[in-house]
Ligand binder design. Structure first.
Ligand code: ADP
Ligand code: ZN
Ligand code: ZN
Length: 721
């Protein structure tokens, strides 16, 4: 007999604790068991997860576990990681545990099974004739290959088959069928690593720890970590490779599958729930040794994890925007630290934070500064769009860019045009009265699409653009700002012979759209690829020699201390798509502020210069990595209630923080987007020495002082503000 500590699935933040239950006689319980337990005064049966075994407890008033599901979902290692997440990100046990169990578990997801047909007894007596003989022969020669439907499809009647089954000639057996991708992939040979790459791989293998691999695009970083994975395999260790969702291109998948074949699991959000369920079990059963996937792959149940790679480590998508609001980079480091494994962070444009840690010696730094193939870095040109206006060019293409596009088209080379904004124009307004078409649910303007739709990119609201202004009936309605649809229209107008592919969230709604477009451009069925963020990573087209960045200052004007970092990263990443192979590449950066230091650094391929300037600005402004930021956002449909509430919270926080002179408080003030989906939003920002202890106390205080109809969202180290 004994007791178990159980986290109960009761959906309440306030109940975030471990409850003790008694294990009934003969019930087989261990850490990771999923159980049903009676809960609360009404003894309602709820799902629970066992997180600890307790040998002895005060028996009085302790309830019995009602029942247990077979198998375990996690182990004590998971519990340790969940405890850490709870501490760092102020999440609940349940929110943490959910990351580790396959999606759909609580909704009853299961294995897919199929009833396969097997031969059993030999044909005899009156059954020894047609059509029975043919069916029996077919199944006899292909045991376990067919299901009932296959036999019908071959023209035999279901009743003949049933007769055979009834007489025991054929046996039906349920077998688990897998939903995972079993296609064959072309073998992707490993190249012989060059000197730089060999040193990198050896350095990582030499001793456990965290390494930042800073290598220019195309320097062969991926080959380095594939080599390390291979060496880990030899030691019997498992590896996880995290890549941003949008980099998990068909090309990337082909490359990994082609190198590691059956040993690998590809895990991303485009998989169905069933597919994820199966992949999770393949890992748990030890059938695969390597997983490549987006953020959530970090929590797959490997037994002997020795390596985690985070590719494009600077990407903000490694930070979860849902609870737990964890950073995959941080958690990967925690995990490898505890397991004595290796964490490899790779990027052409490391985050300021990681690079700072590397140059101060906290983590290892490995630099690759030559392209692995013959290609050299592209030639970068910045164009001042103000000059273009002065010269009378009102087109969105500068004269230089237009000339280069023409040249590329003439020599049958491909072009990528990048603009980080979808739609046709960013806002629409009336020239007579100034009326702006705004979303009725959010405090943003509506984006115009060529379908004549106005749509909200925050809540999905749509309306048709009216012929006349709803405020003054004028017909003089005009569109302002540029999105990818307008770029497409202009390209078609100015380069009528060119075949155009546009890739953004409107055209690539699902995996197959995306793959189709990707393949068609790769097979040179398109000359110009226009796209958003979606095209900045992982794409490796041999024939692309020109990249045009339509408006480099878009990301510069964000009210965020990371605006410069984002701009530098975007330009460098997009530029990395040009001239990756034999033909040299060119990049044209169009901007209204080409003298901006981040643009200049990117143009000169000068990461170090960029870092030095940026880190001193951060220090001067007391921004991360010299401080931590905590964002407290409250929202409610009731604006007055919200404001009253957050002002109370703000006043209490000020009182609490009195005496903490290393923490600065900003606000309360309306969020940058002050209304989303009818919810008004205000925030308080804290900046300073926010250790987990103070953070937890701040969270408790905020929740305690808030009324029920106001929602609170707390984010430590948010990726945007
Ligand atoms: P990164 O991840 O730094 O962008 P990759 O590993 O994708 O770089 O390599 C870029 C290109 O160079 C790929 O096509 C890859 O196959 C090739 N490559 C990498 N290392 C070598 C090498 N040692 N010899 C030949 N080709 C290489
Ligand atoms: Zn008007
Ligand atoms: Zn909206």
């Amino acid at each position: 007999m004994g007791f178990a500590g159980i986290v109960v699935n009761n959906e309440s933040q306030a109940m975030d604790r471990i409850f003790t239950y008694k294990i009934p006689e003969k019930m087989n319980i261990s850490v990771g068991s999923r159980v049903k337990v009676p809960f609360g005064a009404s003894n309602k049966r709820l799902d629970g997860f066992v997180v600890e075994m307790i040998p002895e407890a005060e028996v009085k008033g302790i309830k019995d576990i009602s029942s247990v599901f077979p198998g375990t979902l996690f182990d004590s290692w998971t519990v340790e990681v969940v405890e850490e997440m709870r501490k760092r990100y102020l999440c609940t046990y349940l929110e943490g545990i959910r990351l580790f169990i396959p999606v759909g578990t609580l909704k009853g997801a299961g294995f897919k099974t199929e009833e396969k047909l097997y031969p059993n007894l030999v044909l005899s007596g009156k059954l020894n004739k047609e059509p029975y003989a043919s069916i029996a022969d077919l199944i006899g020669k292909n045991p376990g290959k067919f299901i009932r439907a296959d036999i019908s499809r071959m023209g035999f009647s279901p009743s003949s088959l049933n007769t055979l089954i009834r007489h025991g000639v054929i046996e039906v057996s349920s077998v688990r069928s897998s939903r995972h991708d079993i296609r064959d992939y072309e073998n992707y040979e490993a190249p012989r690593l060059n000197q730089e790459q060999l040193i990198a791989s050896d350095t990582i293998m030499k001793k456990p720890g965290t390494y930042l691999v800073h290598g220019i695009t195309g320097s062969g970083k991926t080959e380095v970590f594939m080599d390390v994975i291979k060496r880990m395999l030899k030691e019997g260790k498992d590896s996880i490779v995290l890549v941003p969702e949008i980099s998990l291109t068909p090309q990337m998948i082909e490359r990994f599958k082609g190198r590691f074949g059956k040993d690998i699991s590809i895990f991303h959000s485009r998989l169905s729930e069933g597919e994820r369920f199966d992949e999770w079990h393949r890992v748990k059963n030890g059938e695969v040794k390597i997983a490549v996937g987006a953020r959530s792959a970090l929590f797959l149940p490997f037994r002997d994890l020795g390596l985690i790679v985070v590719d494009e480590e600077h990407e903000s998508s490694y930070k979860s925007e849902m609870n737990p609001k964890y950073s995959a980079v941080e958690m990967a480091e925690f995990m490898m630290d505890r397991k004595g494994g290796r964490l490899v962070l790779a990027s052409a444009t490391p985050s300021i934070n990681s690079y700072h840690r590397a140059v101060t010696g906290e983590i290892g730094l490995i630099t690759l500064d030559k392209r692995a193939t013959k290609g050299s870095l592209p030639e970068m040109t910045a164009v001042d769009m103000r000059e273009e206006l002065r010269a009378g060019n009102r087109s969105m293409f500068s004269r230089v860019l237009r000339g280069e596009i023409e040249k590329a088209l003439d020599s049958k080379e491909q072009v990528i045009l990048f603009l980080n904004r979808r739609g046709f124009s960013t806002f629409v307004s009336c020239r007579s009265c100034g009326h702006v078409f705004n979303c009725p649910n959010c405090s943003v303007s509506l984006t115009y699409h060529t379908s004549r739709d106005l749509s909200c990119h925050h809540c999905g609201y749509r309306q048709v653009l009216p012929e006349t202004c709803p405020a003054c009936s004028s017909r003089y309605i005009k569109q302002f700002g540029t999105g990818t649809e307008k770029v497409e229209e202009m390209v078609r107008k100015e380069f009528p012979g060119a075949r155009v592919v546009r890739m953004d969230r409107d055209t690539a709604k699902n995996k197959s759209d995306y793959e189709d477009m990707y393949n068609s451009f790769k097979n040179r069925e398109g000359d110009i690829l226009i796209g958003t963020q979606m095209i900045t990573k992982g794409l490796d087209f041999k024939n692309v020699t020109l990249v045009g960045i339509i408006a480099a200052d878009l990301s510069l004007n964000l009210p965020d201390f990371r605006a410069g970092e984002r701009t530098f990263q975007l330009i460098t990443q997009v530029a990395g798509r040009a001239g990756r192979h034999d033909k040299p590449g060119k990049v044209i950066i169009q901007s209204y502020t080409p003298e901006d230091p981040s643009i200049v650094n990117a143009k000169e391929h000068d990461y170090k210069g960029f870092y030095r300037r940026e880190i001193s600005a951060r220090e001067m402004m007391y921004n991360p990595p010299f401080s931590r930021i905590m964002s407290i956002v409250q929202s409610s449909v009731d604006e007055a209630l919200l404001i009253k509430n957050i002002q109370t919270v703000g006043a209490e926080l000020r009182k609490f923080l009195f005496g903490y002179d290393k923490i600065i408080m900003l606000g309360p003030s309306p969020c940058l987007i002050s209304k989303i989906k009818q919810n008004h939003r205000w925030q308080v920002l804290l900046k300073g020495e926010l250790d987990p202890d103070i953070a937890r106390r701040i969270k408790d205080l905020v929740l305690e002082k808030s009324v029920r109809d106001v929602r609170t969202s707390i984010d430590l180290d948010p990726t945007s503000m």
